[in-house]
Design a protein around this ligand. Sequence first.
Ligand code: SAM
Length: 229
Amino acid sequence: MTISPSTQGQMSYDPRERAAILREVEARFAPEDQVLRDCVAHMEHPGGQISPSQGKLFQVLALTCGARKILEIGAYAGYSGVWLGRALPPEGKLISLEIDPHYAEIAKATFAAAGLSGCAEVRVGAALDLLPELVSEAPFDMIFLDADKINNSRYLEWALTLSRPGALIIADNIVRHGRTYQNPPPDASSAGAAEYTRKILEHPRLVSAALLNDDIYNGIDGFSISVVK
Ligand SMILES: C[S@@+](CC[C@H](N)C(=O)[O-])C[C@H]1O[C@@H](n2cnc3c(N)ncnc32)[C@H](O)[C@@H]1O
């Protein structure tokens, strides 16, 4: 890839050049293997998954907090689950909750293709029904919220119940092109994200940061990373 001299040192970029730079960074730091490429290729709604850079960052974070047990709410086709599952030690466990039985089957097949069937499990049902069953399997070291944003505050309460000090709670799609910050937010998912954001910033047991995803996939969105004190 060549970066034209006209843009060097400047703060504005041609959109195509910007996309090329992002792709180059992604290709170097977060290349997808055939399993991940196949997972995306077979998706009914491509773009519903996290980005490769996000997946790689989640792996780094999982390794940083020594994650042995990871909980994911919202499996979809298993794309993020593969990134997360690959950060686990051999005796580790990923439990991914998915309300749609059809997607759950696809996620299971993706985990099998990735060689993760032994450690990555998909449980089918509404997360709020399944979460109480996880108390006996807690604590989790990392919890990724990526399902129906309207319930994120309730998932946060469960995440706090099911996690240990030092655990990470990550929530995707908290910016939603800025709709989260409109007053009032224009849709239920943005309202859910706004409430979730307020709660993690006010919570005495959480220290939180947000990262923007101004990417070639979904425009400006972002995700929060909270550590449990
Ligand atoms: C954005 S997708 C998840 C993407 C996935 N984490 C990834 O990055 O590859 C959201 C998923 O959450 C599921 N979902 C929505 N509401 C849910 C609920 N109440 N309980 C469990 N899963 C739910 C949807 O069916 C969908 O598959």
